[in-house]
Design a protein around this ligand. Structure first.
Ligand code: AHR
Length: 514
């Protein structure tokens, strides 16, 4: 029966047909002065002790033959600096609720080894710990977001970790100084548990919310450091979790998290990251844009309890989740990254930008070698993924004023009845008055003519950049690292305040308009 319904839905899917010519108008309210700022934290990252995200991806150790600065890979560091990473979440994920921070301090050669039982049973040497993470954040100029252990750790352990990182004096500060760091770090974001409904302790929301209240009590502000406390939030459609947390915890949290993956299922095949057909492509995009209705419903609940938006919503895990690459450890979640992932990233940002009244952070899973990564590494080689290029192209929107717009694009309906725009866009104005308009054509076959209208006319200077490929499965490999990369884009004409843009099929274009 289930199968019959599914095939009926697939038959109803309305994918774009070949040779249809699209003409779309996008009218941007570019003069707005009191618009919502797009917080840079929407472009946040997540780095977990999982597969080769930390070991091999970010960290090779100072003795490595792979070029490094104090143990951090030089190539990855440079790539991340260009991205302008605003915030990085660490050490997990599921790993966080089994991590005991005291194992990761002191001389590296004396640190105990541990089994990473969540992720493939890999034995880790704890050479990347608190100092290595917080120093990395300083080098990148990003805010650290520490995910604390509630599932298997004690209140005292978490309280002391906060003291170790942030107290200017006292016993933990003394220990920190003995380990080479006199000055406290500044740590703003503190997660109190992760996925506490699942790998973080299999709790019910009533129990977790009481535990949260207790744990957070002892996470103190030391010196000039003020913590921003994040409660472990719902997965996807678990609206009851948000309801209970808002009711039971309320103002004792600064943020409530949410996790949403573009994933076909938790068991069995999720589909290949690079071998997929048009139907799978459109279904992936359909699932990605469904995040909008999920965000909206969680916000509706939060609005009822907190109409003044004192508590933020943080989407601190999101992204695509496909099958691991053939021949790799299934517990290491190493997947390739194609133009389809680039589309998912672009459509997701377009949605996130609309909800920043409440949505203040998003952290893609994950920064290196895991799920929808920015970079992939093998030995001394590194490639930038199509998703990396989207993050780089979109970083012009960080801390810029969101510009509302109307767009009369048609939509397609995926095999699950979900609607997704064919042409999508987002726009912002930065502190220098430059307007950035990023447009996405999701159509696999048809180009589109997009007519942009801004509030002011004149003869603007426009710089265009495009990310596209002949083949939607295109991706970057260690042998061919530049198959997908942004190029300068000039296929537009500007006249009387209207910019006419020729958008190739499956493309993402950014126009910087001065
Ligand atoms: O990102 C991989 C895992 O997905 C994280 O560890 C966990 O929080 C989520 O289930």
């Amino acid at each position: 029966m289930k199968r019959i319904i599914l095939s009926a839905l697939i038959a109803l899917a309305l994918y774009p047909s070949a040779y249809a010519q699209m003409k779309v108008e996008v009218n941007i309210d570019s003069d707005i002065t009191d618009g919502q700022v797009i917080p840079k934290e929407i472009y946040g990252q997540f780095a977990e002790h999982l597969g080769s995200c930390i070991y091999g991806g970010l960290w090779v150790g100072p003795e490595s033959d792979i070029p490094n600065i104090n143990g951090y890979r030089t190539d990855v560091l440079e790539a991340l600096k260009t991205l302008k990473v605003p915030v990085m979440r660490w050490p997990g994920g599921c790993f966080a609720d089994e991590y005991h921070w005291t194992d990761g301090i002191g001389p590296r050669e004396n640190r105990p080894r541990m089994v990473n039982s969540n992720w493939g049973g890999t034995v880790e040497d704890n050479s990347f710990g608190t100092h290595e993470f917080l120093n990395l954040c300083e080098m990148l100029g990003c805010e650290p977001y520490i995910s604390g252990n509630v599932g298997s750790g004690t209140v005292e352990e978490l309280a002391k970790w906060v003291e170790y990182m942030t107290a200017p004096d006292g016993p933990m500060a003394k220990l920190r100084a003995e380990n080479g760091r006199k000055e406290p770090w500044r740590v703003k974001y503190l997660g109190v548990g992760n996925e506490s409904w699942g790998c973080g302790g299999n709790m019910v929301p009533e129990y977790y919310s009481h535990l949260y209240r207790r744990y957070q009590t002892y996470c103190r502000n030391f010196g000039g450091n003020t913590l921003y406390k994040v409660a472990s939030g719902a997965s996807d459609y678990d609206y009851n979790w948000t309801e209970v947390l808002m009711k039971n915890v309320g103002g004792l949290m600064n943020g409530l998290s949410l996790h949403y993956y573009t994933v076909k299922g938790w068991d069995g095949s999720k589909g290949s990251a690079t071998e997929f057909n048009a139907e799978e492509y459109y279904n992936t995009l359909g699932k990605a844009v469904e995040v909008e209705s999920v965000i909206k419903r969680h916000i509706e609940i939060m609005d009822r309890y907190d109409p003044d938006c004192r508590i933020d919503l943080l989407l601190d895990e999101w992204g695509t989740w496909f099958d691991v690459e053939p021949g790799t450890n299934p517990g290491h979640l190493f997947q390739q990254n194609s133009m389809r992932d680039a589309m998912v990233a672009a459509l997701s940002f377009n949605i996130f930008h609309k909800y920043t009244r409440r949505l203040k952070m998003a952290n893609i899973a994950q920064i290196a070698n895991v799920l929808q990564s920015m970079v992939l590494t093998r030995g001394d080689k590194m490639v930038l993924t199509p998703t990396y290029h989207v993050f780089r192209m979109y970083n012009v929107h960080q801390d810029a004023i969101y510009l509302p717009f109307t767009c009369n694009s048609g939509t397609f309906t995926d095999g699950n009845g979900r609607e997704c725009p064919l042409i999508d866009a987002t726009a912002s104005r930065n502190a220098e008055g430059i307007i950035n308009v990023t447009i996405t054509n999701t159509d696999l076959e048809n180009e589109a003519e997009v007519i942009l209208t801004l509030a002011s006319d004149g003869k603007p200077e426009i710089f265009g950049e495009i990310l596209t490929s002949e083949d939607i499965q295109a991706h970057n490999t260690f042998e061919s690292p530049e198959t997908v990369k942004p190029m300068t884009f000039n296929d537009f004409k500007s006249k009387d305040g209207r910019i006419t843009v020729k958008m190739p099929a499956k493309s993402i274009v950014n126009l910087s308009i001065r």
